[in-house]
Design a binder for this molecule. Structure first.
Ligand SMILES: [Zn+2]
Length: 317
């Protein structure tokens, strides 16, 4: 008897849920009753969506701090979250390397799909290597490109929720000013380093946009994606370079295990030169709440502080 009641109740409940799912407005929503439900892939995009969306939105970030987006496999729960969302925000440029098909299937279904790649001028993008037609996805390291990302999100949210357009545009204007300040901060800290010391060596090749924007020579031990392992010849040639140039510090990354950078440090030591590990950079994810770098702006500032302090003459060894 009890089971029977449970069954009936369960069926009634799922019918109600189904009904509300069908009748819930997909895009045009009124903030007083319903907040725009956004799903964003990376921690950077979750932060950007919250900043531009403000009070009108709730944001679910799929990847937590320290998660590597190149390798991230969406769970069935993630896919269901995306299908039920009012808007899905993702980077594109194959950053979310294992999720391409999922995004393709979302196009044309109910959520508004906001892809940062689509708002970027191709002329501003870097190729993964010379002659390649594949673009480097790590655009957030150049603050001017992140301004474009912010505009894309504001535009996408305004289309999904036209009543909120004024709010989104106001939040965008405020944020563009904050981004400009962050950009200036990075430039002023970079200026503390003599030009020949502006060499950034990290676990994977995430910092090319950073290098182009702020004048650093950049080398990553692994390639653009963490999907491929660094070979021993990569370690060996980079170790030669560090010893020859007498580079003071190399850096681990928050979303990549430290063992490759530690192997590089050991290889440099074998060449009778000591290179220090200059600290951890936030690369493909923001920091967690305890890190003090859990927003995009705090993260880019923390990174340039770590880089400058470690590479500076008389910096910590
Ligand atoms: Zn990466």
């Amino acid at each position: 008897m009890k089971n029977k009641i449970k069954q009936i109740f369960g069926a009634a409940l799922s019918a109600v849920l189904l009904l509300s799912a069908c009748t819930a407005p997909a895009a045009n929503t009124n903030s007083s009753e319903h907040k725009l439900n956004i799903v964003a892939t990376t921690t950077m995009l979750a932060d950007l969506s919250r900043t531009i969306g403000g009070d009108r939105v709730t944001v679910n970030g799929l990847m937590g701090p320290g998660i590597d987006p190149h390798l991230y496999q969406a769970s069935a729960g993630d896919v269901s979250l995306m299908q039920k969302a009012d808007a899905v925000v993702y980077n594109g440029l194959h950053l979310e390397g294992k999720m391409g098909e999922i995004f393709e299937n979302l196009t044309g279904s109910s959520p508004a799909v906001i892809c940062i790649e689509n708002g970027l001028e191709k002329s501003t993008l870097l190729n993964v290597e010379e002659g390649s037609s594949t673009y480097d996805p790590h655009i957030w390291f150049d603050v001017s490109l992140w301004k474009s990302a912010a505009k894309t999100v504001a535009q996408g949210l305004s289309e999904a929720d036209p009543d909120g357009k004024t709010d989104y545009e106001r939040n965008l204007d405020t944020y563009l000013q904050e981004l400009e300040e962050a950009d200036q901060y990075i430039r002023s800290r970079t200026a503390e380093l003599p030009e020949e010391q502006r060499v950034l060596i990290t676990a994977h090749d995430a910092f090319q946009y950073f290098g182009r924007a702020y004048g650093f020579e950049v080398h990553g031990l692994q390639g653009i994606s963490t999907d491929a392992e660094a070979g021993t010849s990569d370690v060996s040639s980079l170790a030669d370079f560090i010893a020859e140039r007498r580079i003071k510090a190399i850096f681990v990354e928050s979303s990549v295990p430290p063992k490759t950078i530690e192997a590089l440090q050991a290889a440099v030591k074998a060449r009778n030169f000591d290179v220090s590990i200059g600290g951890e950079l936030f690369s493909d994810s923001l920091g967690d709440e305890k890190s003090g770098a859990d927003t995009y702006i705090l993260t880019v500032k923390a990174n340039i502080d770590t880089i400058t302090d470690a590479l500076k003459e008389g910096g910590d060894q």
